[in-house]
Write a protein that binds this ligand. Structure first.
Ligand SMILES: [Zn+2]
Ligand SMILES: [Zn+2]
Length: 324
């Protein structure tokens, strides 16, 4: 390590600063990669081994001991470090009364951790091809389906080998084992994710949907509500209900009348949607919430049960279903 008198600290010599909207795991990967040492060695000697405990999504919350170590050896400020975690969405899209609520909201709103084989890291190939490749926090939100900056679909698999992406190489013990020496944008099969160019572009509705979601998250409110987490909760509830209701011929008829050009006979599981399945459901859910409550009233059944993961539906939504 190098002693830097300005910071009065022993700094990791090949420090790299976090980039805008970067995810903690992405930054740590780039930091280790820049040091060109074995990642195990780096973690054991310089970071807390607890960082890579099994079933621990390191991007959820900042852990005190890890933040302390990083602060001791980098010029990073606490505020900068806190921003790298999903919990920094606190209050804008996450219910934040108690730590349990924050944790539940994160679990609900994010794509599953990279330990879960069914879901993996989501990325925009266009963003990865710009300057220094890194993975963004907003890609881990379940509501993210397109990149509005690049006008491009997000992907959650490698176009080279069709496998799911994970830049960590976790062993069963939970320890990272690979010698990290290549760019974060290179899949284990050798394919450079930043080279992918999709022949398909997002539709205007998908773009409109994503812009609305992004501004809801940024502002913490939208036209429906002052509490954006209630909007996102409702949006995901509608997507879930769509999938369920499509099995009913009566609903299907009403739906086809409302959207004659849309084919909604999609085969999507009730949960754990991949990014392509979300692309099919979420913009329709968004659209149904437009002209609120007209579309919803026309299409939704009066009686429905809300699964507990959706928590309480907000009053502005529920009252329109109940009182008609
Ligand atoms: Zn992009
Ligand atoms: Zn691959």
């Amino acid at each position: 390590m190098i002693y830097i008198s300005k910071f009065k600290k022993d700094i990791w010599p090949l420090y790299v600063p976090p980039l805008p909207d970067e995810l903690f795991s992405s930054w740590i990967y780039r930091l280790i990669s820049n040091h060109r040492v074995n990642s195990d060695t780096f973690v054991k000697n310089y970071l807390h081994q607890k960082l890579f405990e099994r079933n621990n999504d390191i991007d959820d919350f900042p852990k005190e001991e890890i933040i302390k170590t990083i602060k001791e050896h980098t010029p990073c400020k606490t505020e900068e470090l806190i921003e790298l975690f999903l919990s920094s969405y606190n209050s804008s899209i996450i219910e934040n009364n108690t730590p349990e609520e924050i944790s539940k909201s994160i679990q609900f709103l994010k794509t599953k951790s990279f330990n879960n084989r069914r879901n993996s890291i989501v990325f925009c190939p266009g963003c990865l091809s710009k300057n220094t490749p890194y993975f963004r926090k907003k890609w881990r939100l379940t509501t993210s389906i397109v990149c509005v900056e690049c006008n491009s679909y997000l992907l959650d698999y490698c176009p080279g080998c069709n496998a799911q992406i994970s830049y960590w190489n976790n062993k069963k013990s939970g320890e990272i084992t690979s010698h990290i020496s290549h760019s974060i944008a290179i899949c284990k099969c050798g394919y450079d994710l930043s080279n992918f160019f999709s022949p398909l572009s997002p539709t205007p509705t998908e773009m409109e949907y994503q812009k609305y979601i992004n501004s809801t998250i940024e502002n913490g409110f939208n036209l429906h509500t002052q509490y954006s987490f209630t909007y996102l909760n409702t949006l995901l509830f509608i997507a879930y209900m769509l999938k369920k209701m499509i099995k009913s011929p009566r609903f299907k008829k009403r739906f086809d009348k409302m959207y004659p050009e849309l084919d909604i006979t999609i085969d999507v599981p009730l949960y754990d949607w991949n990014v392509i399945q979300k692309r099919q459901l979420l913009p329709i859910a968004y659209n149904l919430l437009e002209n609120f409550p007209k579309n919803i009233k026309e299409i939704f059944p009066k009686k429905h049960t809300v699964r507990k993961e959706f928590k309480q539906l907000p009053y502005w939504f529920e009252k329109e279903l109940l009182f008609r």
